[in-house]
Design a protein around this ligand. Structure first.
Ligand SMILES: [Zn+2]
Length: 178
């Protein structure tokens, strides 16, 4: 039952895959079918090492209205993904709540987002971007941002021979200051 997977993943803080009884059932297949049935397209926004032109040489700060870097100060690359977001219904880690949010950013929500590996290598503080999608979960052009999640922790689900199949990304929803 898919519900069992979510209950187990919510219970374990250190490893969402702990306690899953793998009686010949491939968890990767379960997650694949959940993402296929209930998931939607979106973007993984990966920061690059390339500094944005808007960075002030005097203050070292980025322009809060910069359309190129979304005020992060670094140029980013968007990768299309298919994702399934699991809303966390109870506190999973109090530690995050003590973090100071960057100026203009307010943490209001936590979620776990499941994505296929697909040669993505998500990093902490990359963003998962949900956009308006159609009834099949495909992006409706032009892409309109619905929600942005900042990746706080990354877990990988490994299959045979240690191959990464899926990621579980613990995220915090962020609001961009206007
Ligand atoms: Zn910029």
């Amino acid at each position: 039952m898919p519900n069992d997977i979510w209950n187990v993943s919510s219970d374990s803080i250190d490893n969402p895959w702990d306690g899953i009884d793998d009686n010949g059932i491939s968890i990767a297949q379960e997650i694949a079918s959940i993402i296929a049935r209930h998931g939607r397209q979106g973007y993984l926004r990966k920061k690059t090492e390339q500094k944005c032109r808007c960075l002030s040489p005097i203050t070292g700060e980025a322009d809060v209205d910069c359309p190129t870097c979304s005020s992060t100060g670094y140029v980013y690359l968007d990768h299309r993904i298919r994702l399934f977001r699991h809303v966390v219904t109870r506190a999973m880690s109090g530690a995050h709540r003590k973090d100071m949010s960057p100026f203009g950013v307010l943490a209001v929500d936590e979620a776990v987002v499941y994505v296929q590996h697909d040669n993505l290598f998500p990093s902490i503080h990359d963003w998962v971007i949900e956009v308006i999608t159609d009834e099949k979960g495909d992006i409706k052009p032009p892409p309109l941002i619905e929600r942005i999640y900042d990746i706080a922790e990354i877990y990988d689900l490994r299959e045979d021979y240690g191959q990464v199949a899926y990621y579980a990304l613990r995220c915090r929803k962020i609001e961009i200051g206007k």
